[in-house]
Design a protein around this ligand. Structure first.
Ligand SMILES: C[S@@+](CC[C@H](N)C(=O)[O-])C[C@H]1O[C@@H](n2cnc3c(N)ncnc32)[C@H](O)[C@@H]1O
Length: 336
């Protein structure tokens, strides 16, 4: 998934920096990915650590992580995927409110794909309610639907707006592809909470923080993924059909510093690693000053090329050299 702030491109740098600090043997460690998004960083460590705790404020992210992180034993999914790919179309909630043919005025998906999403989503609900499938399979199939729907969305990149005309990829028929996860023996845990609430309830060894770094709210930019994931009835309003969404303190200039410091201060983890964009709301020096209060601080950096987008979100317009930073804190015993 093309996700704002995704760490896909820099996951190796992050993993190497963490191993460099904590040591090669992570087999006894509890690792928390507190702002998990697509779950990519938890996925990178899933096989190496004793337990991953993944969390995100957004429900679609919870679904992705319930699959990619919490699912850890093989599922017999082939027939289920096949059945879902051959369902008759349904004029459900997505078609009615987010496709053009229904007269909704919106065009986030082609009519055919909207009806396909509805048919799959309704079937998943029925299978779950009749207990025909267990939670592991339910989240696996729902994550597969989110990923496959995102591939055929008629947007420039995020769901803040749809395109006037169906773009090439949006015209392709949706094919439900399996959202494959890594198998391993250990049991992992996924939450859907505010980071600053969850931090009071958990403890572990390595805490990885990748909060939003500007005012863009994920709940607004990915609202349609939440709507497909939740599939609850509401009245979509306005041009975009945006539902009520959660707002994060990490996207507010007036709240971000105190929230960040509270998180660091309350963390019951020896090592804390923070990814934060150097053009973000908190300056590098501010992050350093906050973290230094609680133990030994270090900064790891890697140069990389970033693609700037144009007004409609197309990449490749111009590339600029930038740095990926990872702030490192080893907490003093007295502070956790
Ligand atoms: C920069 S993204 C993380 C990207 C992730 N590391 C990846 O590679 O996919 C920030 C994430 O923080 C989540 N978020 C924002 N505020 C939050 C909060 N207060 N508590 C938990 N998660 C939050 C957003 O929903 C978003 O998924």
């Amino acid at each position: 998934m093309n996700y704002i702030g995704s760490k896909q491109r820099v996951k190796t740098f992050i993993k190497e920096s963490i191993v460099d600090t904590v040591g090669e043997d992570l087999s006894g460690k509890v690792f928390c990915d507190m702002f998990a998004g697509t779950g990519i960083i938890g996925r990178v460590f899933k096989k190496d650590v004793k337990k991953i705790i993944a969390n995100d404020l957004e429900y679609y992210s919870y679904v992705l992580n319930k699959n990619y992180i919490e699912n850890h034993q093989a599922l017999d999914y082939h027939d289920r995927i096949k059945t879902l790919n051959h369902l008759a179309p349904k004029e459900g909630f997505i078609y009615q409110h987010y496709c053009k043919g229904s007269g909704s005025g919106r065009q986030y998906f082609s009519d055919e794909n909207g009806q396909k999403i509805d048919a799959i989503r309704l079937t998943l609900q029925a299978w779950r309610e009749s207990k025909e499938i267990e939670d592991g399979m339910y989240y696996f199939l729902l994550a597969s639907l989110l990923e496959s729907s995102d591939k055929v969305a008629n947007t420039a990149s995020v769901y803040g707006a749809y395109l006037k005309h169906l773009k090439k990829t949006a015209k392709q028929p949706l094919v439900l592809e399996p959202a494959l996860f890594e198998e391993n023996e250990n049991i992992h845990q996924v939450y859907n909470e505010d980071s600053n609430t969850l931090i009071e309830k958990i403890e572990g060894d390595i805490l990885y923080l990748d909060p939003p770094y500007n005012e863009r709210e994920y709940g607004a930019n990915y609202h349609l993924l939440n709507t497909i994931a939740r599939y609850e009835v509401f009245t979509p309003r306005g041009v975009t059909g945006l539902p009520q969404y959660k707002r994060s303190n990490y996207t507010k200039r007036t709240k971000v510093r105190e929230s960040f410091e509270a998180l660091i201060q309350k963390a019951n983890f020896r090592y804390i690693f923070v990814s934060y964009n150097n053009e973000g709301m908190m300056r590098e020096e501010e992050i350093k000053a906050i973290m230094m209060k609680y133990g030994k601080y270090d900064l790891k950096s890697m140069p990389y090329k970033r693609f700037l987008a144009d007004k409609v979100g197309r990449r490749n317009v111009k590339d600029v050299e930038t740095f990926e930073h990872l702030h490192v804190l080893e907490k003093n015993n007295a502070t956790f």
